[in-house]
Design a binder for this molecule. Structure first.
Ligand code: BTN
Length: 308
């Protein structure tokens, strides 16, 4: 389903959620009563329960995920014009790469992509979400935008005491709950960034990952995909609006939520390996590793904790 973010259906949906009178809706949006009725039927097909009173319509129950609430949340992200909602897709990052200024959510992915060519388990119940951003930033700023995405995701899970593992894994109880794959799809002067986020919300974690990954439902049986999604969009909106001008502030917040600083780490970059204490994150978003009085800075790579 494709929902342009200026689609009037979104505004009418918002009216339904507050139980607006039909006359009000028809006048305000200059549409007929039959169109309002048809839209309420469409919502029912999508799993919403609409109460039709004598004077107005009200959404009494919503499915989770709720596509229309999600589309309203996507409006918080700057530079996005369209929202796509899929029951199933190969990869939302693949789709976002081929489309401009869009946000894409899928209930499940058949070929979810993880970092360093890995596969991302994408069973129903999780958030599989990508945005295609026209940021016009130099390639050298990609690590910063990656950290910004991680911070937004972590803030959305603050009530679960989430922490960020450099560069951008989000952990709850020391286990991975969210992964981010940022891809650069532009040219030097017209950069397009695809940011893909996978969050384990109600999906089952396969046995082989259970000691490393967690799903929020394991600690919060009532967690709703739509609520986490809406908080994610709000935070992405906040931090993307701050980027790049207020990068210092983003970095400061990132450090406050860091799980990595102070830990003994091993970072692999291709076939290079760096070991030592993660001392800091420098101004470019790189990890500063100290060992025997010497420091190295790593801009991107796979980070492992060795004193865990
Ligand atoms: C990681 O390996 O930690 C990054 C995982 C990123 C997964 C997300 S799910 C939505 C988007 N679509 C993809 O195919 N991958 C990213």
């Amino acid at each position: 389903m494709k929902v342009p973010l200026n689609d009037r259906r979104l505004e009418i949906y918002r009216e339904f959620t507050r139980g607006a009178r039909i006359d009000e809706i028809t006048e305000k949006y200059r549409i007929s009563r039959i169109s309002v009725w048809k839209f309420s039927k469409k919502l029912e097909e999508l799993g919403y329960v609409v109460e039709r009173g004598r004077k107005g319509y009200r959404t009494a129950e919503k499915p989770d995920p709720s596509p229309f609430d999600m589309a309203l949340s996507v409006k918080e992200i700057p530079g996005i014009d369209e929202f796509y909602y899929f029951h199933e897709i190969d990869s939302t990052n693949r789709f976002a790469k081929e489309n401009e200024r869009c946000a894409v959510f899928a209930e499940r992915q058949t070929e979810g992509r993880g970092r360093v060519g890995r596969r991302w388990e994408s069973e129903k119940g999780g958030i599989y979400f990508s945005v295609s951003l026209d940021l016009n930033i130099p390639v050298s700023d990609i690590p910063k935008i990656t950290l910004t995405g991680g911070l937004a995701a972590c803030k959305s899970l603050e009530k679960y005491d989430a922490k960020i593992k450099w560069p951008n894994d989000v952990l709850v109880d020391g286990k991975k709950v969210c992964g981010i794959l940022s891809q650069f799809a532009g040219e030097e002067l017209s950069s397009k960034i695809i940011m893909g986020l996978g969050i384990n919300v109600r999906n089952r974690i396969p046995d082989y990952l259970r000691n490393r990954a967690i799903s929020l439902v394991e600690i919060d049986p009532d967690v709703r995909i739509t609520d986490i999604f809406s908080s994610l969009c709000k935070n992405l909106g906040t931090y993307l609006k701050m980027f790049p001008k207020r990068w210092d502030r983003i970095l400061q917040e990132w450090k406050r939520l860091s799980d990595t600083i102070g830990r003994q780490v091993e970072v692999t970059v291709g076939n290079q390996r760096f070991e030592g204490v993660a001392a800091d994150i420098d101004h470019d978003g790189g990890l500063v590793i100290e060992r025997g009085g010497e420091t190295v800075k790593v801009i991107s790579g796979e980070c492992f904790y060795t004193n865990y």
